[in-house]
Ligand binder design. Structure first.
Ligand code: GLN
Length: 546
């Protein structure tokens, strides 16, 4: 069977949830036994999102092979349980960078290099690379941005050409639009969809299926009207209503027949989708036995997308423990030794988030100290782990003024310092320690209990690490090093003695948590938080401190 290509474009407005629709369709196709991957094409000029700040872009999702990518790839992995890679996210910056590099090498010698065919060819080659890898039956390509944007045009043109290159019967065009409700008129309005489809069709890429985001169900008359004006069959107008949880969307799309229409149109030989496990998961998150509050301490908390994978991993960990998670967002800038009790006194667990730069550090230090003293389960991720080390050094190991050289280059105790190979790096793009590395766990540690194996692999994104020159001193003072990268002897996990659950990880476990394979550290953290809330008398101040 030749690989099938599905192109997903968006119209009317941004933020319609194209990534979730792609991930949901992907899940339904995987559930039918197909091998599927999803790719995101982003029309911005950055080579990757690694240099953008989280307010601008949300979380930067890191793949096993160390690509810094769009957060939609996180949804793809969580929904499909299929790993993505560098090839799954391509930006305009990357495309131009590669074309210009080839031009300088003389690969187009004699030719004028142009958007068509050179840029479009480069875009097509990224789509085909996945399709020709023999790993997938279906490649879903999500085109970022909104139809009509100047910067989306080369992508739309590349998709139009691809329909002919690989054969019309091997491709499908899905367009996601908005059908708004006008309260004053008391009506759903189809005009924006008509315009969006017209714009797309003018570029030669008519949609085969329309997925219509709407706050209200589309009745038959609306569906027929959209079908008639937009040149599709009634059955190809799929309503996508707001869902309580993103994990319900595959089930809603199944009810609407999205996957059925896709396989019919592409002539894919498949079985009925098996969604038993998925449905069970959705039931668990919709009807948990109990609920607990977890504080998420970070400096970008106004912008929840900055912590997308962490939030989802907490949901997965909660589901495994039959617990719903209420996140108490805590702005680290505002957290002090004085108000920490008020802010964190009622939570069952504290998660201290990753981050870059000195803003909000003192707040994070107050949070880890509070968790340590009050015996509250704490998961520190990357910068969160580094803060746990700094706080331990200052307050337990007697290293007054200990710090990371990221924030204080002249500290007497640089407990967190540049990794040796990072010191001389000048360029910012793609130069951190990125992607998957091995880690060996220590027998008897909380980490080992959670993972239940000795060797693990986790994804990284950092320049600093625990300073090996001060490691012994920290260990002597009681810090437990429970995970080490064997190749370079880098500390990857720290823990505390005499604490129910206090774990700091240099890597990002949240990036590997999926619905079908919830991350063991998150499962274990939520379990500890639940136990903590069970023993809690309502105030953590009454519990023993070490
Ligand atoms: N800023 C820290 C470093 O570069 C932590 C990075 C992170 O939290 N992802 O090491």
């Amino acid at each position: 069977m030749s690989t099938k290509y599905i192109f997903v474009t968006g119209g009317v407005t941004s933020s319609l949830g194209k990534g979730i629709i792609c991930a949901s369709l992907g899940r339904l196709l995987v559930a039918r036994g197909l091998r599927v991957t999803i790719q995101k094409l982003d029309p911005y000029i950055n080579v990757d999102p690694g240099t953008m700040n989280p307010y601008e872009h949300g979380e930067v999702y890191v793949t096993d092979d160390g690509a810094e990518t769009d957060l939609d790839l996180g949804h793809y992995e969580r929904f499909l349980d299929v790993k993505t890679s560098q090839d799954n996210n391509v930006t305009t910056g990357r495309v131009y960078y590669d074309v210009i590099t080839k031009e300088r090498k003389g690969e187009y010698l004699g030719k004028t290099v142009q958007v068509i065919p050179h840029i479009t060819d480069e875009i097509k080659s990224h789509v085909l690379r996945l399709g020709q890898s023999d790993n997938y039956d279906v490649v879903i390509t999500e085109v970022g941005g909104t139809v009509g944007d100047i910067e989306s045009l080369p992508y739309i043109e590349a998709m139009r050409q691809l329909r002919y290159d690989v054969g019309r019967k091997n491709t499908l065009s899905i367009h996601l639009t908005l059908v708004p409700y006008l309260a004053a008129a008391g009506e759903l309005k189809t005009k924006p969809t008509q315009h969006s489809v017209r714009t797309l069709s003018e570029s030669g890429l008519s949609p085969d299926i329309l997925v219509c985001r709407s706050e209200y169900d589309l009745d038959n008359s609306i569906r027929s009207k959209i079908a008639q004006f937009c040149n599709v069959e009634n059955e190809d107008v799929i309503a996508s209503l707001d869902a309580e949880s993103i994990y319900e969307v595959p089930l809603l799309m199944r009810e609407e027949g999205l996957d059925r229409r896709v396989i019919e149109k592409l002539g894919l030989p498949t079985k009925n989708p098996d969604l038993t496990k998925w449905t069970e998961f959705v039931e668990r998150i919709k009807h948990p036995e109990t609920r607990i509050q977890i504080a998420l301490v970070g400096k970008y908390v106004e912008h929840h997308d900055a912590y997308k994978s962490i939030v989802e991993a907490l949901i997965h960990g909660g589901a495994m423990n039959n617990a719903g998670i209420d996140i108490h967002w805590v702005q680290s800038d505002d957290l002090t030794e004085e108000n920490v009790e008020k802010e964190l006194g009622d939570v069952s667990g504290i998660l201290v988030a990753p981050g870059f730069g000195g803003r909000g550090i003192e707040g994070k230090l107050s949070a880890v100290k509070y968790a340590r003293e009050k015996q509250i389960p704490m998961l520190g991720i990357c910068l969160g782990m580094q803060c746990a080390v700094i706080e331990f050094a200052r307050n337990i190991a007697g290293m007054a003024g200990a710090n990371s050289t990221e924030f204080d280059e002249t500290t007497a105790y640089p407990v967190i310092d540049f990794m040796p190979d990072q010191r001389d790096i000048q360029e910012k793009g793609g130069t951190m320690r990125l992607g998957k590395y091995d880690c060996k766990l220590t027998e008897g540690s909380k980490a080992m209990m959670a993972y239940d194996k000795e060797m693990i692999e986790e994804r990284h994104r950092h320049r600093f690490e625990l300073n090996n020159e001060l490691r012994e001193k920290l260990i002597e003072a009681g810090l437990i090093v429970s995970g080490v990268n064997p190749e370079r002897n880098l500390v990857e996990i720290i823990e505390l003695e005499n604490h129910p659950w206090y774990v700091g990880v240099q890597f990002h476990p949240e990036l590997r948590s999926t619905v079908y394979d919830p991350h063991p550290l998150f499962v274990s953290f939520v379990k500890a938080a639940l136990e903590n809330s069970a023993v809690s008398t309502g105030s953590h101040t009454e519990k023993a401190s070490i």
